[in-house]
Design a protein. Structure first.
Ligand SMILES: [Mg+2]
Ligand SMILES: [Zn+2]
Lengths: 505, 515, 98
C-alpha cells in the first residue's frame, strides 16, 4: 500500500472546507443475539453460537430481542432523538459470505430513533453540536478470516473462513447529519464525537463499548468543498476505524489526501476506503456502483415495532445523567483544575474516583492515588486501573494515610499487598507489620541510641547547628525500618539532644 | 382384513385406539402401497421406510403401555419437502438443496412427531413451491393418480397425489397462492390453507413470507381438521404467529356433520371468480353445488369483489420480490451444493453465481429476476409498493363481503388437471391458473378446497373453494364438512372411490421398498 | 410494451448473483417484458390514499425475552457445509469487497 500524496494540513484548510459525517455502529451487550436466542458472547469457539436463524438456514425465522429494543430506545433518547411511534425492520439485500441470509435485517425509512443532537466539547473548550439523523437497529455480520497471501488481508488471499458467532449480534447504527464548519478541528471532532458516543453507551450500560473488540466501530465520511464554493465535494467513506486516535488520524489523512488530489486536478472517487492501523493510511476499497442497489423492503418475517409513549417515558426516566453534564458537575464538586480533571477523564477513571470519594476519601487524594500509583501499577500489569483494585480499598488506604497510620511510602507497599490479594489495606498493614510507629517511647529509645553513637552530631546540635540532626533522623528511620513519622522523629531528636547530657550516659 | 390404506385418518384412529390394528400394520401397508405404485405416481422424493416402522413400533409399545396418546397417534403422514426434517433430506424440490439434511425440525414437523404421527417420507413439489403443476420439480413431475398424463397440481402435487392415491391418509402442504388448494382440487382431495399466522412457518423453506402458510392435505374435511388441531397454534419462533387460542377444528367438522348444519348459512358467490375462463364442467359442477346448498337451507348471495381483478398482478409482484430475498441464502456457503464456474478464477462471487445458475431451475430464476426488478431502485413504488396497496384493497373486498355472508365460495381452480407441458412455455397462462386461490393469500384469510364432482367432459375432479373471515378457520371446517356430507349423499359414494385403481409397478416385485 | 432490455436483465442477474447464459438472458428479457406488462396494472388502483399492507395480520411489538437458548452443536452447524476448515465454513477468495 503506497502512501498517497498528501497536502500540508494548514494549506489544505486554506483551500478547502472539510465536511464530515459519521456512522457509528454500537454492538449491544444483550445476553442473546438480535433475532435468535443464541448467546451474544465474544471469544467463543467458532460457530458455537449459531442456530438455523442466525446461520440463515432454509426455514429459519427471526424473533426480535426485547432487550435490544429497550436498549435502542434508551440510546436514542440519550442522543436526544425522537422515538418512532411506528418503526419497521427492512431487508437490505446484498451478497457477501459473512452475511448468512445475504441480506442484513436493518431499518430503512422507519428507524426506531431519529432527529437527535449531541453537543461535544473540544480540548480548546469549543462546543460543537452534531446533529444525529437517525439511530437504527440491525444485525451484525459474521467474521471472516482470510487465509494465504502475504498479509492475511483479503487481497491476495487463497480462501476465506467464516465464523458466524458474531452474525446476528444486535447493533445500533448512529448516523449523523453532515457536519460543516469543523474546519481545522475536524479530526478532533471525529475523535471527540466517537468518544462521546462511547461514553454515552457505557453510561447507559447498553454496550461493553470496547473498541478493541469492535463493540464500537466508526465509518468516517469526509469530503472537501473548495473555499468560496457552495457545492459539496465527492465524499469517501473510510470503514471500520476502530480506535479514537485512528478516527482523528483517518479524518486528517483524508483531508490531506483529498486536498492534494484535488489540487493536482484529480477527482475524488465515491468509494469506501480501508483504514490501516499499522501504517496510518487509508486505501481505496470498492467504488460505489449499481451493485449498491440494496432493494430494501419491509421485513415480512417481523412485525412493526410500535413503542407506546408510556413505555418511552418510562425508559426516559431510567436515563443516567448525560456524561458531559456529569463531567461538568463532578469537576466543580471536586474542585479540580482543568488539567487535573482531564487527567482523570483521559485515564477513564471518573467512575473510580467518584466511588472513592463516595467512600470517604478527599477528592485530591482520590485523584492522586488513582492517576498516580494505581495507574502506574496498572500500566505495568497491562490492565485498566479500575480492574486492579476496588475504589473502597483505595479509600481505606487513603484513610490510613490521613490517620497517620501509614506514610505515603508505606501506603504504596500496602497497595501492592491489596493488589496481590493479601486482603484489605488494614489486613495488609497487620499482615506485613507496616504501620507507622507512633509510640514515642520506642522512638526515644532509638533516638537516644543514635545520639550516643554519634557524639559529634550531638555536639553540633547543641551548638545550635540544627541541620546536623538529619544524620540522626536518618539513623532512627533506618532503625525503625521506615515505619516512623519523620517529622515526629525530628521533634524528638531536637528535644532529646537538648536534655541529653546526663540522661544519655 | 380391510385394506387399511383406504381408510380415513378418523377411521384409523378408532381402529388404533381399540387396538384392532397396530400402527406397524398400518404403516407397513402404506409403505407397501408406496412401493407398489409410486414409481408411476412419483409423489415421494424420499421414503423413510425403516424409520417409519421403528416409530410405529414405538407408538404401539406406548399404546400397549397405556400411554395417553392423541387421536392421530400411530397414523402415517407424508411431509411436503418444503419442511425441514431432522432425519430426512429437505430439498424443496430443488437441485440446489440435493441431499441436504437439516439440523432441525420445522415446528409443524415437531408437532406431528410429538402427536405420535408416523412420517413416511417427503413429497414432491415444484421447486421452492413455484408452480401449479409440479412440473418444475428438479426431480421430475408427480403424476395425477386420475390420469398419469396430467398434472397433480402444484406446488404441492406430491402431497395431494400421495393422499389421493392412498399412499398416505394425511399429508402436510404449504400454500402461498394455492399450492394446497389447487392440487387438492385436481386430485379430488381436501386441502386447507389456514389463516395467515394460524400455523407456524418456522422450518418451512420460505417462498414468500407474507403469503406462505402450512396446512393439511387429506381425503376428508374431518381428517384435515384433526391434522389442523395438531399443527396449529402459537409458535414463538414465528413472529407472525397468532397468539389466539383456537377452537378444536375437529369439533367444528363434527358439528358440520350434524343434520341441518347448512340451514341459514349465508354463502357468498364471488361474481368475479366464475364464468369467463372457467372450464364448462367446472362451472356446471359449481352451479349444481350451489343448487344443493340452496336446497339444504343455505342462503346463496352473490357478492362482488371488484379488486380481485388485480390480485394476480399484485401476487406476481409481492411473491417474486419476497422470494428473490428469501432465496438469496442459497449461496453454496453453509449448506446445499456448490458449483464452480466452467472457466475463469474461482472467486466467492463467481462460485455463488455459478451455483445459483446450476442449482436453480428456469421458473425460480424467472421469479428471482422479476422480484429483483420489482424491488430495484426506481421501480419499487410502481411495482412492489403498488402491489401492497392492492393487497389493502383486496382485504377490503373480503371485509365488505363478510359483512353480508358467512363464507365465500368459488371453484378452487378454473380448470381440471391439465396435461403435462400444456402451460410450461407460457408463464402467464400458468400464473392465471391461480386466479381463484390467490386472493385468500393476499388477505390472509383461510381457504379450503374439497371435491365437488367430476367434470362431465373429462371425468376429472373439480374442487370447491370455501373461504372464511380471518381466524374463522373453524367455520370453514364446519361448513366444509357439511357440504362434503351433502355432496357424498347426493353421489352415494366418495369422489375418490371413483378414481382408477392403480396397478403395482414393475419395481415392486424386484426391489421391495425402493422408490 | 415494457422497456425491459437485455442489459437490464443482465444487471438484475448480477444483483441476484445468477450467472445466466446469453440465451437465458434473451429468453428472460422477452418473458420479463410480458410479465411486467401484465403486472403493471396494479398501478391503476394503487392511488395515494390507499395504505400499503405489508403483513396480512396487523400485529405489532412481538418480542422475545433476552434469554439464551441452546445453539446447534458445531457439528450440526457445519453438517451441510459444502466445504469447511476445522470449525469454520470455507469459501473461495473474496474479490468483491464490501
Ligand atoms: Mg448499517
Ligand atoms: Zn442463532
Amino acid at each position: 500500500m503506497k502512501k498517497a500524496e498528501l497536502m500540508d494540513y494548514d494549506k489544505a484548510l486554506e483551500l478547502f472546507e472539510p465536511v464530515l459525517g459519521f456512522e457509528v455502529h454500537v454492538e449491544l451487550n444483550t445476553k442473546t443475539k438480535m433475532f435468535c436466542g443464541c448467546a451474544n458472547e465474544f471469544g467463543q469457539g467458532a460457530n458455537t453460537n449459531t442456530c438455523p436463524t442466525c446461520l440463515g438456514l432454509p426455514g429459519g425465522l427471526p424473533q426480535v430481542n426485547a432487550q435490544a429494543i429497550e436498549s435502542s430506545i434508551r440510546l436514542g433518547l440519550a442522543l436526544g432523538c425522537e422515538i418512532a411511534e411506528y418503526s419497521r425492520f427492512a431487508r437490505k439485500n446484498y451478497f457477501y459470505p459473512d452475511t448468512a441470509k445475504n441480506f442484513q435485517t436493518s431499518q430503512y425509512d422507519e428507524p426506531i430513533a431519529f432527529n437527535g443532537q449531541l453537543t461535544i466539547e473540544l480540548e480548546s473548550g469549543r462546543l460543537v453540536t452534531v446533529d444525529i439523523e437517525r439511530a437504527h437497529m440491525e444485525d451484525d455480520a459474521g467474521k471472516l478470516t482470510h487465509v494465504g497471501g502475504a498479509t492475511g488481508r483479503i487481497q491476495g488471499a487463497d480462501y476465506s473462513l467464516v465464523d458466524y458467532n458474531r452474525g446476528g449480534v444486535p447493533l445500533v447504527e448512529i448516523v449523523t447529519q453532515m457536519i460543516e464548519g469543523g474546519e481545522a478541528d475536524s479530526p478532533e471532532i471525529g475523535r471527540t464525537y466517537v468518544a462521546a458516543i462511547r461514553e454515552i453507551v457505557k453510561a447507559l450500560g447498553v454496550s461493553n463499548a470496547r473498541m478493541e473488540e469492535g463493540n464500537v466501530r466508526c465509518d468516517a465520511n469526509v469530503s472537501l468543498r473548495p473555499r468560496g464554493s457552495n457545492i459539496l465535494g465527492t465524499r469517501t467513506e473510510t470503514k471500520n476505524v476502530n480506535s479514537l486516535r485512528s478516527v482523528e488520524k483517518a479524518v486528517r489523512y483524508e483531508i490531506q489526501r483529498q486536498a492534494a488530489l484535488l489540487q493536482a486536478g484529480g477527482t475524488i472517487t465515491q468509494e469506501t476506503r480501508h483504514w490501516h492501523e499499522d501504517t496510518g493510511i487509508t486505501s481505496a476499497g470498492r467504488p460505489k456502483s449499481d451493485a449498491d442497489d440494496y432493494r430494501y423492503f419491509p421485513e415480512p418475517d417481523l412485525v412493526p415495532v410500535a413503542p407506546s409513549r408510556e413505555w418511552v417515558e418510562e425508559l426516559r426516566a431510567t436515563l443516567p445523567e448525560p456524561p458531559a453534564a456529569r463531567r461538568k458537575r463532578l469537576q466543580a464538586d471536586w474542585g479540580f483544575a482543568d488539567l487535573e480533571f482531564q487527567d482523570v477523564v483521559n485515564s477513564d477513571l471518573m467512575d473510580a474516583v467518584e466511588a472513592t470519594i463516595a467512600a470517604g476519601a478527599s477528592a485530591q487524594a482520590a485523584r492522586k492515588w488513582w492517576t498516580g500509583e494505581v495507574a502506574r501499577l496498572a500500566n505495568v500489569a497491562g490492565v485498566s486501573a479500575d480492574s486492579l483494585v476496588q475504589p473502597d480499598q483505595v479509600a481505606a488506604l487513603i484513610e490510613l494515610v490521613v490517620a497517620g497510620t501509614l506514610t505515603d511510602r508505606l501506603a504504596r507497599q500496602v497497595l501492592e499487598g491489596v493488589i496481590n490479594g493479601e486482603g484489605t489495606p488494614l489486613e495488609v498493614v497487620e499482615f506485613r507489620g507496616l504501620a507507622v510507629v507512633s509510640d514515642d517511647g520506642a522512638l526515644i529509645v532509638a533516638i537516644d541510641e543514635a545520639l550516643a553513637a554519634q557524639p559529634d552530631v550531638l555536639a553540633k546540635i547543641r551548638d545550635g547547628k540544627v541541620q546536623a540532626a538529619g544524620a540522626v533522623i536518618g539513623a532512627v528511620m533506618k532503625a525503625m525500618r521506615g515505619q516512623a513519622d519523620a517529622a515526629r522523629v525530628r521533634e524528638l531528636v531536637l528535644e532529646r539532644a537538648g536534655s541529653a547530657d546526663g540522661s544519655a550516659e | 382384513m380391510t385394506n387399511v390404506t383406504k381408510l380415513t385418518a378418523a377411521e384409523l384412529s378408532e381402529l388404533l385406539t381399540d387396538r384392532s390394528v397396530s400402527s406397524v400394520e398400518v404403516t407397513r401397508a402404506h409403505l407397501d402401497h408406496i412401493a407398489a405404485i409410486d414409481t408411476d405416481v412419483h409423489a415421494f422424493l424420499h421414503v423413510a421406510r425403516d424409520a417409519a416402522l421403528a416409530t410405529a413400533a414405538r407408538i404401539d409399545a406406548r399404546r400397549a403401555a397405556g400411554d395417553e396418546l392423541g387421536p392421530l397417534a400411530g397414523i402415517p403422514i407424508a411431509i411436503k419437502d418444503v419442511l425441514a426434517t431432522l432425519d430426512m433430506p429437505s430439498t424443496a424440490g430443488s437441485k440446489i438443496l440435493e441431499g441436504w439434511i437439516p439440523p432441525y425440525d420445522a415446528t409443524v414437523v415437531k408437532r406431528v412427531r410429538d402427536a405420535g404421527l408416523i412420517p413416511l417420507g417427503k413429497t414432491n413439489m415444484d421447486e421452492f413451491a413455484m408452480g401449479s403443476s409440479t412440473e418444475f420439480s428438479a426431480y421430475g413431475p408427480t403424476h395425477n393418480p386420475w390420469d398419469f398424463d396430467r398434472i397433480p397440481g402444484g406446488s404441492g402435487g406430491g402431497s395431494a397425489a400421495a393422499v389421493s392415491s392412498f399412499q398416505a391418509p394425511l399429508a402436510l402442504g404449504s400454500d402461498t397462492g394455492g399450492s394446497i388448494r389447487q392440487p387438492a382440487a385436481v386430485t379430488g382431495s381436501v386441502g386447507v390453507k389456514p389463516t395467515y399466522g394460524g400455523v407456524s412457518r418456522y422450518g418451512s423453506i420460505a417462498l414468500a413470507s407474507s403469503l406462505d402458510q402450512v396446512g393439511p392435505v387429506t381425503r376428508t374435511v374431518l381428517d384435515a381438521a384433526l391434522l389442523h388441531d395438531v399443527i396449529g397454534g402459537h409458535d414463538p419462533l414465528d413472529s407472525t404467529s397468532l397468539t389466539d387460542s383456537w377452537p378444536s377444528m375437529a369439533a367444528a367438522a363434527r358439528a358440520g356433520l350434524a343434520d341441518g348444519a347448512l340451514k341459514g348459512v349465508r354463502v357468498g358467490v364471488i361474481k368475479e371468480l366464475n364464468g369467463d375462463g372457467f372450464q364448462a364442467g367446472v362451472s356446471q359442477r359449481f352451479t349444481e353445488t350451489l343448487a344443493l346448498l340452496s336446497a339444504a337451507g343455505a342462503e346463496i348471495v352473490e357478492v362482488s369483489a371488484p379488486n380481485f381483478e388485480y390480485a394476480i398482478a399484485a401476487y406476481y409482484l409481492i411473491l417474486p420480490a419476497e422470494a428473490s430475498s428469501n432465496l438469496a441464502r442459497f449461496d453454496s456457503v453453509r449448506f446445499g451444493i456448490r458449483v464452480n464456474p466452467d472457466e475463469g478464477p474461482l472467486t466467492s462471487e463467481r462460485v455463488m453465481a455459478a451455483t445459483r445458475d446450476a442449482g436453480f431451475g428456469p421458473e425460480v430464476k424467472r421469479r428471482i429476476i422479476l422480484g429483483t426488478y420489482a424491488l430495484s431502485a426506481g421501480y419499487y413504488d410502481a411495482y412492489y409498493g403498488s402491489a401492497q396497496k392492492v393487497r389493502t384493497l383486496i382485504q377490503r373486498d373480503f371485509e365488505a363481503a363478510f359483512t353480508k355472508v358467512d363464507v365465500l365460495v368459488s371453484p378452487s381452480a378454473p380448470t381440471t388437471a391439465f396435461k403435462f407441458g400444456e402451460k410450461m412455455s407460457d408463464p402467464m397462462a400458468m400464473y392465471l391458473n391461480d386466479v381463484t386461490t390467490i386472493p385468500a393469500n393476499l388477505a390472509g384469510v383461510p381457504g379450503m378446497s374439497l371435491p365437488m364432482g367430476l367434470a362431465p367432459e373429462d371425468g376429472l375432479p373439480v374442487g370447491l373453494q370455501i373461504m372464511a373471515p380471518a381466524k374463522q378457520d373453524a367455520r370453514l371446517y364446519q361448513v366444509g364438512a357439511a357440504i362434503e356430507a351433502m355432496l357424498e349423499a347426493s353421489w352415494g359414494h366418495t369422489l375418490l372411490s371413483q378414481a382408477p385403481e392403480l396397478a403395482p409397478n414393475d419395481m415392486f416385485t424386484s426391489t421391495e421398498g425402493a422408490v | 410494451m415494457s422497456e425491459i432490455t437485455a442489459e437490464q436483465v443482465a444487471h438484475l442477474a448480477n444483483l441476484a448473483r445468477i450467472d445466466l447464459s446469453a440465451e437465458e438472458i434473451d429468453r428472460l428479457t422477452t418473458e420479463l417484458g410480458q410479465i411486467v406488462d401484465s403486472v403493471a396494472k396494479v398501478a391503476e388502483v394503487a392511488t395515494p390514499d390507499v395504505p400499503a399492507t405489508s403483513h396480512p395480520m396487523p400485529l405489532t411489538n412481538v418480542f422475545r425475552a433476552d434469554v439464551v437458548v441452546p445453539s446447534l452443536t458445531v457439528e450440526q452447524a457445519l453438517s451441510g457445509a459444502p466445504d469447511r476448515d476445522g470449525d469454520k465454513f470455507r469459501v473461495p477468495a473474496i474479490l468483491d469487497e464490501e
